[in-house]
Design a protein around this ligand. Structure first.
Ligand code: CCH
Length: 300
C-alpha cells in the first residue's frame, strides 16, 4: 500500500506524456519506421490476460515487468515496446507503467490515422508477482474460430467485438524471432485503416508452410510490375485471421468493416477502450479501487 498516493494528474500533465509518446513514434531504424504497432500490441497483451469469471488478469499491474509474464513466449518482442517507453516513465515518474502502456497505445492509434480511443487513468503497478495470471491466456495464432471464441469470451467480448479487435492487424508485422510467423498483413502497416478486412475478402490466400513448421497464409500480387531484382511483396494472414472468413458469424463483420471504414473506426474505438479497462475496478466517480500489493493510484 502506498501511504499517500499522489493526486490525479491534470490534463496538462497527461498532455505532456502524450506529446512525449508522439515524439518517440518515429523510429526510422526500427521495423517499418514506427514504434506505433508494437505499442498497440503491448497494451493489448497487458489487458488480454483478463478472465471475467475469476476477475483476474487485465490491464492493471503492468506484470510484464516481471519474468513470469514478460518472459512468456506469447509476449516475445514486447520488451522493445517497454524499452521505447522507459525514458518517458523516467521523465514522468508519477504515471504508473500500467497507465503509460495503455495511454501510449491510444496515442499511437490516433497518430497512425486511427480513431480517438477514450482512456481513463488510475491503474496501479504490481509490487510483486503474486497477482500475475498464469501463462496461456493469450490467443494462439495457429488455431481457429473456436479458439478465438474461447479466449475472447473469457474476457467478456462478443463475436462482433472479436472481429473489430482483430482489425488491429492493419498494423505492424509478424517477426519470426518472436512468434515464428513472418510478414505484414497490409502494404502500409503504420497506417490505421480497414485495409486488413478488404484484403482478407478480395485476395486468394494460399497456405504456406514455413521452415519452422508453422503454417500461415500468403498472397502475392502478380499484377504489380517489378523492377529488376525486386522481390514480389508477399502479404500474410495468420490461421486465426483466416478463420474470420470461414466462420459465418465472424464473416458478416469482416464484410461490414471492409465496406464501411467509419463503422470499423467507431467499433474499434469502443472495443479498444473496453479492452483497456479489463480488470480495472472503478467506484462511481471513476476512481480506481486499489488492490493490495500494487503501487500508484491517485488520491481523490
Ligand atoms: Fe495480434 N499478433 N493477435 N492483435 N498484433 C501479432 C502482432 C500484432 C494474434 C497474434 C499475433 C490482436 C489479436 C491477435 C497486434 C494487435 C492485436 C503477432 C506477431 C501475432 C502472432 C508478433 C510478432 O511476431 O512480433 C492473435 C492470434 C490474435 C487473436 O485474436 C488484437 C486483439 C490486437 C489489438 C487490438 C499488433 C498491433 C501486432 C503487430 C506488432 C508489431 O510488432 O508490429
Amino acid at each position: 500500500m502506498v501511504p499517500n498516493p499522489p493526486s490525479a494528474p491534470s490534463d496538462a500533465q497527461l498532455d505532456q506524456v502524450k506529446e512525449a509518446v508522439r515524439a518517440l513514434l518515429h523510429q526510422p531504424d526500427y521495423d517499418d519506421g514506427s514504434a506505433g504497432p508494437i505499442l498497440v500490441r503491448l497494451a493489448w497483451h497487458s489487458a488480454g490476460t483478463y478472465c471475467a469469471t475469476t476477475n483476474t488478469g487485465g490491464s492493471n499491474g503492468a506484470g510484464m515487468r516481471y519474468e513470469q509474464e514478460g518472459g512468456d513466449p506469447a509476449n516475445a518482442g514486447l520488451q522493445h515496446a517497454r524499452a521505447f517507453l522507459e525514458p518517458i516513465k523516467k521523465r514522468f515518474p508519477w504515471i504508473t507503467y500500467a497507465d503509460l502502456w495503455t495511454l501510449a497505445a491510444t496515442v499511437a492509434i490516433k497518430e497512425m490515422g486511427g480513431p480517438e480511443v477514450t482512456w481513463s487513468g488510475g491503474r496501479t503497478d504490481f509490487t510483486d508477482e503474486s497477482k500475475i495470471p498464469p501463462r496461456g491466456r493469450l490467443p494462439d495464432a495457429a488455431q481457429g474460430a473456436d479458439h478465438l471464441r474461447f479466449i475472447f469470451y473469457r474476457m467478456g467480448f462478443n463475436d462482433q467485438e472479436i472481429v473489430a479487435l482483430s482489425g488491429a492487424h492493419n498494423l505492424g508485422r509478424c517477426h519470426s524471432e518472436n512468434s515464428g510467423f513472418e510478414g505484414k498483413w497490409v502494404n502500409q502497416p503504420t497506417r490505421f485503416s480497414n485495409q486488413y478486412f478488404k484484403l482478407l475478402l478480395v485476395n486468394d490466400w494460399k497456405k504456406k508452410k514455413l521452415d519452422n513448421g508453422l503454417e500461415q497464409f500468403v498472397y502475392v500480387d502478380e499484377e504489380v510490375e517489378l523492377e529488376d531484382n525486386e522481390e514480389p511483396e508477399e502479404l500474410m494472414m495468420l490461421p486465426t485471421d483466416i478463420s474470420l472468413l470461414s466462420d459465418p458469424k465472424f464473416k458478416i463483420w469482416v464484410e461490414r468493416y471492409a465496406e464501411d471504414k467509419d463503422l470499423f473506426f467507431d467499433h474499434f474505438s469502443r472495443v479498444f477502450a473496453k479492452l483497456l479497462e479489463l480488470g480495472i475496478r472503478r467506484d462511481a466517480s471513476g476512481k480506481v479501487v486499489n488492490d493490495e500489493n500494487t503501487e500508484g493510484g491517485y488520491r481523490s
